[in-house]
Ligand binder design. Structure first.
Ligand code: C2R
Length: 201
């Protein structure tokens, strides 16, 4: 039985509504997903973090997804490794946008297992699947902000700042002095043309 505490556990953090839920399949996923939580907090969004497994706690997962919209959540980010059923299982029970982050798990297949499990949803139940691991964790946060920014000018301005800042970084790196490589040494080591120099025997 799901406890009443779990059933009604809302999104309120000291009375504050968190519009983004970050759900992980295991506490072992939290280290990578901290990037997601930190990126959200860079936009002054406090994530509502839960550890829920569609495989290990299926009833809690179902109840969380069914109550999410009512409790003020607007976007769900679901991250899991291995046979990552989590994002799809949540998406099956809510019409909120669900963003999936496939993770690398010890004993898994370097995240390819989680990627395919998260991305290959049947038609009718979409999960917006990000890249594997840390890049996906960061992009999930930005994608959630982009969704919220549709109705929030303040967030739109902050997103524009982020784009400008990252553009500026690349431009600065590009304009840094770099030494020229001698001719013939560009693009790695060149193999001698063995066939041309082969001695006739
Ligand atoms: P443990 O480290 O707890 O053994 O978990 C988790 O996300 C984690 O990456 C190993 C991996 O199993 C994943 N997991 C899932 C689900 N629940 C846990 N993929 C699920 O319901 O999809």
């Amino acid at each position: 039985m799901v406890s009443e505490k779990n059933k009604t556990r809302g999104t309120s953090d000291e009375g504050r509504i968190c519009p983004v839920a970050v759900v992980v399949g295991s506490d072992s996923d939290l280290e990578v997903m901290q990037t997601c939580i930190d990126t959200l907090s860079g936009f002054s969004i406090k994530a509502f973090v839960r550890i829920i497994s569609a495989h290990r706690t299926p009833q809690i997962a179902a109840e969380f997804a069914e109550n999410a919209a009512k409790s003020g959540i607007k976007v769900i980010i679901a991250a899991a490794g291995m046979a990552a059923h989590l994002a799809g299982a949540l998406a099956a029970r809510t019409s909120l946008p669900v963003i999936g982050v496939p993770l690398i798990s010890a004993g898994g297949l370097e995240g390819i297992d989680a990627l395919l499990s998260t991305i290959q949803m049947p038609p009718g139940v979409p999960v917006a699947t990000m890249a594997i691991g840390k890049a996906g964790a960061k992009n999930a946060a930005i994608f959630a902000v982009q969704i919220l920014a549709l109705t929030d000018k303040n967030l739109r301005d902050k997103l524009a700042e982020l784009k400008n800042a990252q553009q500026q970084k690349v431009v600065e790196k590009d304009s840094a002095p770099r030494s020229c490589l001698p001719r013939g040494r560009r693009g790695g080591t060149q193999k001698p043309h063995a066939s041309k120099h082969k001695k006739d025997t």
